[in-house]
Design a protein around this ligand. Structure first.
Ligand SMILES: Nc1ncnc2c1ncn2[C@@H]1O[C@H](COP(=O)(O)OP(=O)(O)O)[C@@H](O)[C@H]1O
Ligand SMILES: [Mg+2]
Length: 300
């Protein structure tokens, strides 16, 4: 990991609803509400929070798959907000996304080899077909799939193997940054650790930087250097993973952590999940992230 931020969002905002009514109609829904964070090169930043808290929207807007309604996005020191499609093209190669359901993102009528090859064709990376196929084989090996699988179709694979195919495609163009949007949530628990290990492996080998989205904190603990906790479109706490787990500051983070089952049956019996009162524990609109420890901030 280095000390320079690869991606940075500042005051990011994404509202849904009729924008013409914005000033008079307060019904406009703020899916992402004034979110700021940095992701260092080589780092994995976890983004957690319950369903609907704005995690996927944050990821999509950061990649410019959706336009923000406010705020700035920088990639490798360059402002990418407001760029045209053409101006964005070089950044498209550098930034990829992996989704929860690999089956939905795979094309059922394409062999998985062709599916992995497609971005190489679109970006014209190899003129020579043989070289391109060699790259596809290399990608299969990198993600732990047998090269002979390349001629098969998605339905012939297990969930974990399909996710490996999606990962192979995502890294095909040598990206530097990947948004992983709940990439293990849909997999069998027994497979989840393997895929998490693959992400770690690829990070080391390829120097990747991740925004890793999840709705629970258990895998995050092993994978992420830092964690950001989202609640109703806002980051309510962000800090080093150890600090978040050992010393959570926000009531919502405490509630999330208390909901993780403990492997020890005796401790599990004693565990008392903490509730979170959504009505009374609202952060005021002008709340700011304030430091509570080294690199550790809470909304207050
Ligand atoms: N295209 C859209 N139009 C309207 N509302 C949306 C759209 N996309 C997301 N939302 C809303 O924004 C909120 C945040 O969604 P999302 O970012 O998908 O949350 P998460 O990934 O944390 O589950 C949700 O309430 C969702 O219904
Ligand atoms: Mg989501």
């Amino acid at each position: 990991m280095t000390e320079h931020p690869l991606a940075r969002v500042t005051g990011l905002q994404k509202t849904f609803g009729d924008e013409r009514l914005m000033s008079t109609n307060r019904q406009v829904f703020r899916a992402v509400d004034n979110v700021s964070f940095e992701i260092m090169a080589g780092e994995t930043l976890g983004l957690v929070g319950e369903s609907g808290s704005g995690k996927s929207t944050t990821g999509r807007v950061l990649l410019q798959l959706d336009k923000p309604t406010g705020g700035e996005i920088e990639f490798d020191g360059n402002r990418i907000t407001g760029l045209s499609k053409r101006e964005l093209k070089p950044y498209r190669k550098e930034m990829q996304i992996i989704f929860q359901d690999p089956y939905a993102s795979l094309n059922p009528r394409m062999t998985v080899g062709d599916f992995v090859e497609e971005p190489l064709i679109v970006h014209g990376l190899f003129k020579d077909r043989q070289q391109r196929r060699a790259r596809v084989m290399e990608l299969f090996t990198l993600v732990g799939l047998d090269q002979s699988f390349a001629t098969r179709y998605p339905h012939e694979f297990s969930g974990g193997q399909r996710q490996r195919v999606s990962i192979a495609r995502a890294i095909a163009l040598n990206p530097r940054f990947i948004v992983c949007d709940e990439p293990i949530t849909a997999l069998d628990v027994s497979i989840q650790a393997q895929i998490v290990n693959l992400f770690q492996d690829l990070q080391e080998k390829l120097g990747l930087t991740y925004l890793f989205i999840a709705h629970d904190l258990s895998m995050i603990r092993y994978l992420c250097h830092r964690v950001a906790v989202m609640l109703r479109g806002r980051v309510v706490e962000i800090g080093p993973t150890e600090a978040i787990f050992a010393n959570p500051q926000h009531a919502y983070t405490k509630a999330l952590l208390s909901a993780i089952p403990v492997p020890d049956p005796e401790l599990e019996r004693q565990r008392r999940p903490i509730g979170f009162d959504y009505q009374t524990q609202k952060s005021p609109a002008d709340a700011q992230l304030r430091p509570v420890g080294e690199n550790h901030y809470v909304l207050a």
